[in-house]
Design a protein around this ligand. Structure first.
Ligand SMILES: Cc1cc2nc3c(=O)[nH]c(=O)nc-3n(C[C@H](O)[C@H](O)[C@H](O)COP(=O)(O)OP(=O)(O)OC[C@H]3O[C@@H](n4cnc5c(N)ncnc54)[C@H](O)[C@@H]3O)c2cc1C
Length: 391
């Protein structure tokens, strides 16, 4: 029947898409974020709009989902996307040979991928290493990491959702085996207060384990930070990737007036302690130069890190073996603590799909037969979040 009050914890892209979906299905929604909106991983990634090609060989489900979501985001939030395409390039014979397998896997995942002549690739990308031996074009693109979630926040807010930033969940209330709300700390005033809810959704990404611990739940998640380096020039038009299985330092994203090389990957127990390491910065610049030899000369702009909220446990490794797919955990069924869902994993590109699956799960638990409609509903412009009533 809907109308229940749902508290969403975490103001990244996932939380934004969830409150939008909730309001469209008739739920009352409140979202709390401990910092500024998108201040977690969402506001720190390099902003590749993934066609899924990067994952087509080893991680087919997320590859397919990425392609489907690119089509949907182009309809509902076109202002925050650049459909500038992507180029996978071979810098040696082994990579060139991998190309056939790569193209076949992309096509199986419904991602159009085609060889383009090397001379044509060099014409389109003048800063590309002239020694490349193969180039495969795919429908990757660039997304604006800050603005894309704001479309969802703006639309949810206009539909009645409450969004409270700088408000941190410091406790979860439990009664008779279920979560019934949260204790929050409002950072601006240092005031603590309670928010009651019929259901709580934990969309805190790499921090999901810490929030679940407030309800004595041990959630399987691997926070895996990665570093990126930006130079002060937009050297490439398309997203450039190495034509090999996804690894470190093999993507250069054109973002605003910058080029960003990413990334590295390691594991941490503390998602708040992720300083970029000197050796990673040097490694990334070296790898970028292999694809675009003038990268290092373009002028250093910044180096920073962000934490992947990988679903599952890496068991001592860096987590590269874990899927990039997302999962929604019903803690009633899994841990005997009803009224709480956690969503972990995924990519920024699939934020809407993550919300759809999470709210579908919620509807299933509550016995509400309300279909998701977010794939067809164009979102408000991102500015409408700060200026809610231009009409
Ligand atoms: C190096 C790197 C590069 C990436 N590049 C890309 C890319 O190019 N394209 C792509 O599609 N994806 C990319 N990703 C993945 C993508 O960034 C993430 O999947 C996505 O941003 C996760 O969003 P989220 O909303 O789930 O998490 P977050 O954005 O981290 O949001 C969780 C929020 O919860 C808040 N929070 C935590 N604890 C509490 C609490 N107690 N109370 C209230 N709030 C709390 C945090 O402050 C945070 O803002 C990349 C990831 C990394 C690490």
């Amino acid at each position: 029947m809907a109308g229940e009050h749902v508290l969403v914890i975490g103001g990244g892209g996932t939380g934004a898409a969830i409150i939008h979906d909730l309001t469209r299905r008739g739920y009352r929604a409140t979202l709390v974020e401990r910092g500024e909106l998108t201040a977690g991983t969402t506001g720190r990634h390099h902003g590749q709009l993934h066609s899924g090609a990067r994952y087509a060989v080893g991680d087919r489900d997320i590859a397919r989902e990425c392609m489907e979501e690119v089509h949907i985001l182009r309809k509902i939030a076109p202002q925050s996307l650049e459909m500038n395409y992507g180029l996978f390039v071979a810098t040696n014979e082994e990579e060139a040979a991998y190309g056939d397998h790569f193209i076949a896997a992309c096509n199986e995942a419904t991602i159009p991928a085609r060889d383009i002549p090397v001379e044509k690739a060099l014409e389109m990308e003048p800063f590309l290493n002239p020694d490349i031996t193969r180039a495969v074009q795919v429908p990757d693109g660039t997304l604006d990491a800050w603005r894309l979630p704001l479309h969802f926040f703006a639309t949810a807010q206009a539909a009645g959702a409450t969004v409270r930033n700088f408000t941190e969940v410091i406790g979860l209330h439990r009664a008779q085996g279920r979560v019934t709300g949260a204790r929050v700390l409002e950072h601006a005033t240092q005031r603590e207060y309670d928010i009651e809810a019929d259901f709580v959704i934990n969309a805190t990404g790499a921090w999901a384990g810490q929030v679940c611990a407030l309800a004595d739940i041990d959630v399987p998640i691997t926070p895996a930070p990665g570093t990126m380096v930006a130079v002060k020039k937009r050297l490439n038009n398309m997203v450039l990737s190495r034509l090999h299985p996804a690894g470190d330092g093999d993507i250069i994203v054109p973002q605003r007036k910058l080029s960003i090389i990413g990334s590295t990957q390691w594991q941490t127990d503390d998602p708040d302690s992720i300083l970029a390491r000197h050796e990673d910065i040097e490694f990334l610049i070296r790898k970028a130069n292999e694809m675009m030899p003038s990268f290092a000369d373009a002028g250093f702009h910044a180096a920073w890190s962000a934490v992947r909220p990988l679903a599952g446990r890496a068991e001592g490794s860096d987590g590269r073996g874990l899927s990039r797919d997302f999962t929604c955990i019903d803690h009633g069924a899994e841990d005997g603590v009803a009224g709480l869902l956690s969503v972990t994993g995924g990519k920024a590109t699939v934020l809407r799909a993550m919300a759809e699956k999470t709210v579908d799960t919620l509807c299933g638990i509550l016995g509400d037969d309300i279909p998701c409609t977010t794939a067809d509903a164009e979102l408000l412009p991102h500015r409408a979040f700060f200026n809610p009533s231009p009409a």
